[in-house]
Design a binder for this molecule. Sequence first.
Ligand code: LLP
Length: 481
Amino acid sequence: MVEEVLNRCTLQNRRSLFVSEPVVDRNINARGTVYNVQSIMPTNTYIKDHKNIFPITSEVSKKGELMVGGCNTIELAKQYGTPLYVIDKETFASKCNEYLTGFDSLYKNSLILYAGKAFANKAIFSIANELGLGLDVVSGGELYLALKTNFNKENIFFHGNNKQKDELELAIKNKIGRIVVDNYHELTLINELSQKYNQKTNILIRLTPGIECHTHEYIKTGHLDSKFGFDLDERDTLLSLIKNKLQNISLKGFHAHIGSQIFEINSFTDTISILLDEFKYAKSKFNFTFTELNIGGGIGISYTNEDDPFKIFDWIEKVAKTIKLKCKEFDLEEPKLICEPGRSLIANSGITLYSVGSSKQVPNGRKYIAVDGGMADNPRPITYQAKYHAVAANKINEKDEELVTLAGRYCESGDILIKDIKLPKLNPGDIIAVLGTGAYNYSMASNYNMVPRPACVLVSKGKSEIIIARETYEDLIQKHK
Ligand code: LLP
C-alpha cells in the first residue's frame, strides 16, 4: 500500500511538472484523484544506497557527474556560480503528493499546510498552492510573500508567539484563513482589530500539551516550559474569556506543534489524544463544538543514512486511526485535520553546490577542505550540531578514499559543514554537493562577514531557472547610510 501511494505520486509529477509551465494541472491533482502507478528508481548504486537523502530525480552522468532534475550540477555551478542552492521541483511535489494521497485515502477531511518558514519562496509557495496545500506563515514578511504569490487566502494560517499589531492587521484585513493564537495579549488585540474592521476572525488556540520529544533542545516546543502556546491549566480562563467577552472572534479548534525533526509517531498520537481530550472538555463545560484539529509539523527526515525516520504514510495511518478512535471514545464529531509539515516537504528537494578552495593538513590531525560557503548559507551545523551528507558532484563514481572535514569560509572555528567524511581525493575547483539542504538553509541564511547570499535555482525536466538571484556587494550596502 505504501509503495503504491508513493508510486502514484511520482508518475503524476513526472507528467505534469515543468519549469516555467503551469505548475500542475488542477484537474489531475484535485484531491481524491487516482494516479497511475510508476516509480523513479535510481540506477546508480551510490544513489540507490542513499536514496532517502538525494532528490528523487538524482542520476549520474556518463562522466560521473551528479544530475538533478535532469540538469548536470557541474554545468549549473558553471552557469550560476557557487555556492548555489538547487531545488528539485519534482521531489517537492512528490513529497506534497505523499501527504495529499495518504490523507485522501485515510482521512479526507484534512488540509496540509506547507510550513513556509522552512523555505519561503514565491515559486515554492506557488507549487504548494497549485497542489492544493495551505500555508503556515509566521511573520508579516511571509504573509506578504504569500499574498504576492496570490496564495489562496483561505488556506493561510498565521502563527507566532509575538505577532505584531501591523502583522495582525495585515492578516485580518486580508481575511486569511486562520490566526493561531498563542497568548492573551494577541487574543485581545485580534478582537480589537476585528472590531475595527467589523468582522469576525477565525482562530485556533495553540496549546502546550506537555509532550517531551527526542529532538534538539532548540527545536522542541511542546514541553511545558516553552515560550509557545497556552498551558492546559489556562483552559477555563481562556475559554470563558472567548465565550463571554470576545465577540469578534470565532474559535474553531486547538493547535499544537511539539517540535521538529521528530522520529517517534507516538509523540504525535499522544498529542492528538491530549488535544481531543481538550475538545471534549470545552464541549462539556463551555458548549464549544470544535471542528478543526491542527497537529503542527515536525516529521523527521534523513540527512544521513544514520537517520531512520518513519514513512509519511505510516504516520498518516496512525494519525487517522487515533483521531477516529478518540472521537468515538469521547463522543465527538471527527474534526478537520490540519497538519503543517515544512522540513519533510522541502529538505530533501534541496542540495547546495560549493567549490573546493584551500585545504590544510594538520600534522597528525585532520585534513580540512574549505569550500566557498558555510555557516551563513547553512547555519544548522553550528546551531544544532546538525549532520549532513555530501558528495563530490564531479566525481560520484570515484572511490571515497580520503577522510576529510569540510570547512566553511567564515571567520569562526565552529564553521564546519561536515566533520570527518570520506570523499574522493579533492582538488581546488571540484564541486561538492551537500544534500538535504532545502529546509532551514536559505531561510536562515545571513550576510555574516558581508558575504552575499547565494542564488537559488529550481530544476525540472532538464531546465533550470533562478528563483532567487545571487546577492551582490551593492545589495549588501544598499541600506547603509
Ligand atoms: N508548525 C509550527 C507551528 C512550527 O513552529 C514549525 C516549525 C512547523 C510547523 C514546521 O516544522 P517542520 O515540519 O519543518 O519540522 N530551524 C530549525 C527548525 C525550527 C522549526 C520551527 N518551527 C531547524 O533548522 O532544524
